[in-house]
Ligand binder design. Structure first.
Ligand SMILES: [Zn+2]
Length: 584
């Protein structure tokens, strides 16, 4: 590719709309342009990086025995009704009607379509196992698309679906995908971690997320410092604890706390620490309540008790209730429901379901709101003074919490989710009657797994993890171009001859090359080469006429070497080979 003819519209200014590094740099480097909220065009270099990632994903999926197909993006609503997801999925599912008034949606995921396909073709256990995947655009109507390719509405995903005859086969399929994902992210040159995850709206019973570690991560991970336990904080388990205090139970006491509504203010006023106070929070719960077996479209309220120094982990609450959504009630709603102003709420006398975090059972003589303006209660004790409907793991993990596996200390790191694997079981196959005959002739539901990778997100995550103040630093395996040659003497015949012949020769060696033959100042060419993030830069300029050498510079560490032109080819090939991680 010749830069003078290439469509690489770099920007000098940082675009105001970009909030994160990858978004900013991809716009500045001319890799993407926004069409509308959360929807982007991939320009030639952006597409080249994307294709590199796709190819790695494809090779590893094929290697693991999965087969590629391509399903439609437009999906009929009736299929989604079979699993109940047309109603349950929420506003992220873009629904519309065609000219015949048939309800349809744009696929945010393809469980229904693949299950429909497979149920029509697979009859016998002899046709199993099966793992099918595609690399395709998905659409999710995010309420607030942001961060460029990190959280767009339209994005490119690899989604694979496995079908097995028994749990053992499904576990093997899961393990194969787990291993394939390790290879994919290693080959992409990323630092990542596989973590236990919440399975979200896809359902099922077991899952792992693959997280690229980066400061701008959208997710927080709890990571054990002593064993290999790692989990999304949405899921990170906190075990029940026995009562750690043997203090005698003191008599309940009502105290006046005028105007003290916030945890901090109450604690200051009463001279206690926040771990001696219990917050009562009211949540509105909507969606299917599995425990009660009904659909509560109106929603119902529950009270959640956590220690004053803790936060409720809403995903844990949502999962416990089997709900589609939980939302903290605002002051007005709390007053309507309880007659108590926010800040003075307590569990005693509350006429709704009360859930308490495990820690509450371990507390003695704590403080709660009195259920009356300007009053709190002291020396409150669970069971003696109030009952709860359930004790559960409901709080967000905190720095220094014990590891649920080994008891070691948990720390937290930020990550960007780029892959997610689920054991689905028979959730979809049962709902959609996708069955096969086992070897005894019995009809049984297929056992499924699903496995996603955010292909476009990997490009953004790679940039979040690999950049400096001058631009992108692409891992060699997914760089859109491996080598950029700068011709710094367009009017100098000797320099131009060497630059042009290296351009031809390196491509013949199988390297991807961009020749900067623009009529620009050297400073501008150096700046753009850094911004684009191309791993190796070859500068053909004054040193050629003076010393007969060209300069090669590594984008990642700035290291330079000078070589005569005839040694450049073998040096670059060796450097690229060394920079690409090929797992054993
Ligand atoms: Zn541990």
């Amino acid at each position: 590719m010749r830069y003078s003819q290439a469509f690489i519209p770099t920007l000098k200014e940082t675009p105001a709309e970009a909030e994160v590094v990858s978004h900013r740099l991809m716009l500045r480097a001319g890799y993407i342009r926004k069409l509308t909220a959360g929807v982007y065009s991939y320009l030639p270099l952006g597409l080249a990086a994307l294709r590199k990632v796709e190819q790695i994903v494809r090779e590893e999926m094929n290697r693991a025995g999965a087969q590629e197909l391509l399903m439609p993006m437009v999906q009929p609503a009736d299929l989604w009704r079979e699993t109940g997801r047309y109603e349950k999925y929420g506003p992220e599912l873009l629904r519309f009607r065609d000219r015949h008034d048939r309800e349809s949606c744009l696929g945010p995921t393809h469980e229904e379509v693949i299950t429909d396909l497979v149920r029509g073709e697979v009859r016998s256990y002899r046709q199993l196992p099966l793992n099918l995947y595609q690399i395709q655009s998905k659409f999710r109507d995010e309420i607030r698309p942001r961060f460029g390719l990190m959280r767009g509405r339209e994005f490119i995903m690899k989604d694979a679906y496995s079908f097995d005859k028994d749990d053992e086969g499904a576990s093997i399929a899961y393990q194969k995908m787990y291993a394939a994902y390790q290879r994919i992210f290693t080959r992409c040159g990323l630092q990542f971690r596989a973590v236990e995850a919440d399975s979200g709206s896809i359902g099922g019973n077991f899952s792992h997320e693959f997280m690229v570690l980066a400061k701008t991560g959208e997710d927080t991970l709890a990571v054990c410092q002593d064993c290999d336990y790692a989990a999304n904080v949405e899921k990170a388990a906190i075990n029940a604890r026995a009562a750690e205090q043997d203090d005698p139970l003191l008599p309940l006491e009502k105290v006046e706390t005028p105007g003290k509504r916030k945890v901090e203010a109450v604690c200051d006023f009463l001279g206690i620490s926040a771990d001696k106070l219990v917050k009562t929070l009211i949540y509105m719960v909507t969606g299917v309540s599995e425990s009660e077996g009904d659909v509560s479209s109106q929603g119902y309220a529950v009270a959640v008790l956590v220690r004053g120094d803790r936060e409720v982990q809403e995903v844990k609450l949502k999962n416990l209730l089997g709900a589609t959504a939980v939302e903290l009630a605002d002051d007005k709603l709390v007053f309507e429901l309880t007659g108590v102003p926010t800040g003075y709420l307590g569990p005693i006398g509350l006429s709704m379901k009360v859930l308490a975090d495990f820690e509450i059972a371990a507390l003695r003589n704590f403080v709660v709101g009195a259920g009356e303006k300007n009053y709190h209660l002291q020396n409150v004790n669970m069971d003696r003074d109030f009952a709860v409907d359930a004790l559960a793991d409901l709080r967000q993990i905190a720095e220094g919490d014990p590891c649920p596996r080994c008891g070691g200390r948990l720390g937290q790191i930020e990550g960007i989710e780029v892959g997610h694997i689920f054991k689905l079981g028979t959730v979809y196959s049962s709902a959609m009657q996708a069955v096969f005959q086992d070897h005894e002739g019995n009809e049984r539901p297929l056992i499924m797994g699903c496995y996603g990778i955010g292909v476009s997100r990997i490009v953004a995550a790679a940039i979040e993890q690999n950049h400096d103040e001058n631009g992108i630093i692409f891992p060699a395996a997914i760089a859109p171009v491996q080598v950029i040659i700068l011709n710094l003497g367009l009017k100098d015949a000797a320099i131009t001859t060497v630059a042009e012949s290296l351009f031809v020769q390196l491509q013949e060696q199988g390297l991807t090359v961009l020749l900067d033959d623009r009529d620009e100042r050297p400073g501008a060419k150096f700046k753009d080469a850094d911004l684009l993030g191309i791993p190796l830069r070859v500068t053909v300029g004054a040193r050629l006429s003076k010393d007969g050498v060209v300069e090669i510079r590594h984008r990642r560490d700035g290291q330079t070497v000078e070589l005569p032109p005839d040694q450049v080819g073998s040096y670059l090939s060796a450097q690229i080979a060394a920079a690409i991680n090929l797992p054993a």
